[in-house]
Ligand binder design. Structure first.
Ligand code: SF4
Length: 373
């Protein structure tokens, strides 16, 4: 399975918690950037089972530039291809939604984050709660049948009841998928500074953990099954693009800061839209980082990402995928993580031994992944 990711690094305004590479939208720069992407798309070979245009805010490009970009992708579209575009409520319109559908986009991922105006303001978002809900209905009316929304919990002063209220609003919408993330304080973000300067007090870990557990329980009851640490979907609507990452399969990344991973070689593009364009025009390398993973490193990475999924790791699958015996490769980590109650290690079925996160393990998934690397 092969995926294509295209990064659009433009936003109307930077959110205070965001550490993705994105810059303020500027029309000429964005037009040059999409022209370069279009050229690169022309040179792509083969086929993709999933295509994902993310950001940044792809919809900030507007109809013309989006049409330019999407036109280049038409030859990769087929009934089996999952084609997702990210969108934000403030830059979504009927026109753009129709363009998406005409271009083969069949999955929309909306950056809603919250339905609470104060919380949205705190996060530096520029839409409000009502416009988030309206964006979902606009997408539904246009004809989208696979809509995902992103939500953030654990904002300072937020209570578990506030969060439950958000979840109730989300579950009442005509959506098929929810990604729910706990707010993180990433270095070099204004949010991190605010916490450092003690202008805000991050929520206690125990309260954020309680919110996370409630998320899992509540969404399960509403028919959204957890299939990864932060992802919940109605039956048949798990995001195949992300599943591809969690199986450590190949993907090609186009655009500034995008990463490609093919045949165990990982390459990362320069994180600067202007430089990306300049390098492309001068026929210079777009990459600023490259590493080739050894077979054992590849196997360990596969373990670290696949363990995040609800199904966990089937030892037979792992052997087939990596050539390594999971029990032997991860012997030490398996016993440490089992002792800490973070993973459940099922050897009862000799034919299909399997390991997966425990409820406590889901709370500390990053620690588990780190141990498996
Ligand atoms: S809209 Fe998304 S990518 Fe843009 S600044 Fe906000 S969180 Fe970051």
């Amino acid at each position: 399975m092969n995926s294509l990711y295209i990064h659009i690094p433009f936003c109307r305004k930077k959110c205070i918690y965001c550490d993705f590479y994105s810059v303020a939208y500027e029309q000429n720069l964005a037009a040059d950037y999409t022209n370069v992407l279009r050229e690169q798309i022309k040179q792509l070979d083969g086929s993709f089972s999933t295509i994902y245009i993310g950001g940044g805010t792809p919809t900030v490009l507007g109809r013309e530039a989006l049409s330019n970009l999407l036109g280049g992708l038409k030859r990769f579209i087929g009934p089996e291809v999952e084609f997702t575009v990210e969108a934000n409520p403030e830059s979504l319109s009927k026109d753009i939604l129709e363009l998406f559908l005409d271009s083969g986009v069949n999955r929309l991922s909306l950056g809603i984050q919250s339905f609470d105006n104060d919380k949205l303001k705190k996060l530096g978002r520029i839409h409000n709660g009502a416009s988030g809900q309206e964006a979902v209905y606009l997408a539904q009316d246009a004809g989208f049948k696979n809509i995902s929304i992103d939500l953030i919990f654990g904002v300072w002063n937020e209570t578990p009841e506030d969060w439950k209220q958000e979840l109730r609003k989300a579950a009442a919408l005509p959506i098929q998928h929810i990604s729910g993330y706990s707010l993180t304080y990433e270095k070099d973000t204004p949010l991190f500074e605010l916490a450092q300067e003690k202008k805000i007090t991050p929520l206690e870990d125990e309260i954020a953990a309680q919110m996370y557990e409630e998320t899992i329980d509540f969404l399960q009851k509403e028919g959204f099954n957890q299939y990864e640490v932060s992802n919940f979907a109605k039956e048949g609507y798990a995001c195949r693009h992300n599943q591809n990452y969690w199986e450590n399969n190949s993907y090609i990344g186009l655009g500034a800061s995008a990463v490609s991973y093919v045949d165990g070689i990982r390459k990362e593009n320069v994180s600067d839209a202007g430089e990306y364009i300049a390098r492309y025009k001068k026929e210079e390398s777009l990459e600023v980082f490259q590493e080739e993973l050894s077979p054992i490193e590849k196997a360990k990475e596969t373990a670290a990402v696949k363990i995040r999924t609800n199904e966990g790791i089937d030892f037979n699958w792992f052997k087939q995928k990596t050539g390594f015996d999971f029990g032997e490769l991860q012997e030490g980590a398996l016993s440490r993580l089992t002792d800490k109650g973070l993973i459940s290690y099922n050897m009862r079925c000799a034919k299909a031994p399997r390991v997966h996160l425990t409820p406590k393990g889901f709370l500390f998934a990053d620690t588990v992944s780190g141990e498996l690397l």
